[in-house]
Design a protein around this ligand. Structure first.
Ligand code: PRT
Ligand code: MG
Length: 217
């Protein structure tokens, strides 16, 4: 049995064409089914649905043989846990693309705050990534960890800035925030359990090759 870990939503949807290229069709729709284990048209391949940030954990500890995870999640976890032992990352799938950015209220002068050497309060789900980014710039920050709705933080005075993912920019615009810096291009990677790669080599290699052939331009 081959177990593939995916998160619901954009990663699941954008992985479907890659699975199709490998001749794999998922037999249930995660948006309507409550099941967490989804069968496919291939009796020896199944999909498990986990939180986006749990995909590397499942693959690392062998709860899944492989998975699809955003560079945002992989980078944050590698910083938090000193690398990602046991995780092989053979492919950039170029799906679920976006960028990691700093955003503020329109009336906050980010450039001036940096120039003056002020401490900036930054709210984010990506505290390690943000810590590294501002340390590289030599900017002093106080980080506030949030688990969602980052856009609210500058609007309520909780923080001066946020570090979050931006794709169309629509969410920032709707909340009257501006992107003042973009510092990392994000896409999703295929991650594979290294022990599984040895034990199930032929099947996993065939899957990796099929995915590689179907990566969007
Ligand atoms: O939702 P949940 O808390 O379960 O987890 P999650 O938010 O991590 O999962 P999900 O499915 O939303 O995102 C999974 C992965 O998709 C992320 O880890 C990224 O690698 C990738 N991705 C690509 C994005 C976006 N684009 C994206 N735009 N993830 C989140 N967003 C959010 C962003 O955080 C912001 O709230 O969409 C909003 C901005 O979008 P625009 O289009 O308005 O700019
Ligand atoms: Mg989300």
């Amino acid at each position: 049995m081959i177990t593939l870990a995916l998160s619901k939503g954009r990663i699941f949807q954008e992985t479907l064409p890659l699975l199709a290229a490998a001749g794999i069709e998922v037999l249930e729709d995660p948006e309507t089914s409550r099941k967490l284990i989804l069968a496919t048209n291939q009796p020896d391949v199944r999909v498990v649905l986990v939180r986006a940030s749990d995909v590397p954990t499942y693959v690392q500890y062998g709860g899944a043989d492989l998975g699809v995870a955003g560079r945002d999640v992989l980078h944050e976890q590698a910083l938090a846990s000193d690398g990602a032992p046991g995780l092989y990352q053979p492919l950039d799938l170029k799906i679920a693309r976006c960028r990691m950015s700093v955003a503020t209220r329109v009336d906050f002068d980010y450039a001036a705050a940096i120039k003056q050497g002020s401490r900036i309060r930054v709210a984010t789900k990506y505290t390690e990534t943000a810590r590294q980014h501002f340390a590289d710039k030599g900017v002093h920050v106080d980080l506030i960890k949030l688990y969602g709705s980052m856009e609210l933080a500058p609007l309520t005075g909780l923080a001066d800035a946020i570090v979050d993912l931006v794709s169309t920019g629509g969410t920032l615009k709707a909340n009257k925030l501006v992107e003042v810096e973009s510092f990392m291009e994000i896409s999703s990677r295929l991650v594979v359990n290294q022990a599984a790669l040895k034990l199930k080599r032929d099947k996993l290699r065939a899957l990796i090759d099929a995915f590689a052939s179907a990566i969007p331009a």
